[in-house]
Design a protein around this ligand. Structure first.
Ligand code: FAD
Length: 416
């Protein structure tokens, strides 16, 4: 079933009786070519691109809850490609390009909104760092504009310029960054994969790996055993717990990250704004709610809920950069489990166990990576070689000393 304006009109005039579910609910088969563990954004994107780009359709996505129940449905929806290092930047720029064509690709409205991302700077040194980052971005074909204080004032007059503890000196602006409706991304990829024959199995928890002579040949699940030529793990915040079942320890810790939404307000924030002197970022949803967040909770946890000290910390950050937020009422908040890698960068790699592949370590920035992550993971699974923009995202990089230490985004306490 294709979605179009004509279809909406036709259905509207005929009682909306012709819509079909966006994906099937099949029974598990006993064997697949590829089993993807985790039906979040990355797992579903991988399935979609495996089927679409590599014609590998005998694939199942195994999700222990329901599609969209993990971080893909819990994040603050920001997409951008404003990274610095060569191990990351081309990957995130590929993701940005895929976002730009995504809705046509899977014929689903994901509300891709390129309203821009502005990183504020508060010191001369920080401005220098942004100039360097902007140049790095431009070298990989991304867009970056350096704004001075007047430029920021024109764009965001509501920020705290006059009485600020950390005066705003300017900002790095990426016009092509923005927001995307997060759970629509999961639904769109699920629909795209399903329409090409991929089985999406919800309420199907992987409880162990089937091993034959040291090779992974399938999984045990809450809905029975399933054999697979390749098993691709993609479970974000549950990475350590799932890979432990295969006897693997990862350079990843799990932490909670919280998100907050205010009551609906008239349009006030043009794009995404991030505070450069504390951990706070904000955008406004199409419904008018201010959507914001800040730091992780700072202790290891697998609970999908956060604690009050971080709520206070985030609200303080908001008040420091944008005092008028103190007049808005907080409507709701929630938490998700982040797979924090030790250098803040992700992994898309084979493991030492033949037949077992791993994708994770997305920290608190994996939503923007969803299309490129699926694209590159599908490439790895189909060809057994890393995609050219993901060659640095290897599991052995801590052993070889080739870390991608973007900005201390990982779980190192000294850098948080
Ligand atoms: C509050 C918050 C704000 C964020 N904001 C942003 C942002 O603005 N921009 C950005 O780029 N990123 C953001 N992120 C990060 C981003 O959401 C994640 O990095 C990304 O969604 C992780 O990939 P995923 O979608 O595949 O994860 P998930 O949706 O978590 O998918 C993993 C799935 O694996 C399933 N699973 C786990 N164990 C098993 C098992 N044993 N068997 C079967 N299935 C299993 C889980 O149920 C889950 O559905 C944010 C995260 C949070 C929590």
């Amino acid at each position: 079933m294709r979605y179009s304006a004509l279809k909406i009109l036709k259905e509207g005039l005929s009682g909306n009786k012709g819509w079909k579910p966006a994906w099937r609910e099949p029974e598990p088969k006993t064997e697949y070519d590829v089993v993807i563990v985790g039906g979040g954004g990355h797992g579903l994107a991988t399935a979609h691109y495996l089927a679409k780009e590599h014609n590998i359709t005998n694939v199942a996505v195994l999700e222990k809850g329901w599609v969209g129940s993990g971080n893909v449905g819990r994040n603050t929806t920001i997409v951008r490609s404003n990274y610095l290092l060569p191990g990351n930047q081309p990957f995130y720029e590929l993701s940005m390009k895929l976002w730009e064509g995504l809705e046509q690709d899977f014929n689903y409205n994901a509300m891709v909104s390129q309203r821009g991302v502005l990183n504020l700077c508060h010191s001369d040194a920080q401005r220098d760092a942004y100039i360097r980052r902007g140049n790095g971005m431009r070298m990989s074909g991304a867009d970056a504009v350096l704004l001075d204080e007047a430029g920021v004032k024109e764009m965001c007059p509501f920020l705290n310029f006059d009485n600020a503890r950390f005066p705003i000196k300017g900002g790095l602006w990426q016009p092509r960054g923005g927001t995307v409706r997060h759970d629509a991304v999961a639904w769109g990829y699920a629909r795209g994969a399903d329409s090409r024959g991929v089985d999406i199995l919800q309420q199907c928890e992987v409880t162990g790996f089937q091993m034959d002579n040291g090779t992974c040949v399938g999984v045990y699940t809450s809905r029975g055993s399933i054999k697979a030529k390749k098993v691709a793990v993609c479970v974000a915040g549950s990475s350590s717990r799932v890979m432990e079942k295969a006897g693997l320890r990862l350079p990843i810790e799990s932490h909670v990250l919280q998100a907050f939404v205010s009551e609906g307000l008239k349009p006030v924030i043009p794009g995404v704004v991030t505070f450069g002197a504390g951990h706070f970022y904000i955008s406004q949803s199409d419904k008018g709610g201010l959507v914001f967040g800040g730091d992780i909770d700072g202790y290891n946890s697998y609970a999908q809920r956060g604690n009050l000290p971080v709520v206070e910390d985030v609200c303080e950050g908001g008040m420091a950069v944008m005092p008028m937020i103190g007049r808005a009422r907080l409507l709701r908040m929630w938490g998700g489990i982040m797979d924090m890698s030790m250098d803040g960068s992700p992994f898309i790699d084979k493991t030492d166990v033949p037949g077992l592949y791993f994708n994770g370590g997305w920290c608190y920035g994996g939503f923007k990576a969803t299309p490129a992550s699926g694209w590159c993971y599908a490439h790895l699974l189909a060809t057994d070689t890393p995609h050219e923009v993901a060659t640095a995202m290897r599991l052995d990089r801590f052993m070889t000393g080739r870390m991608i230490d973007e900005k201390g985004m990982g779980a190192q306490p000294n850098l948080h």
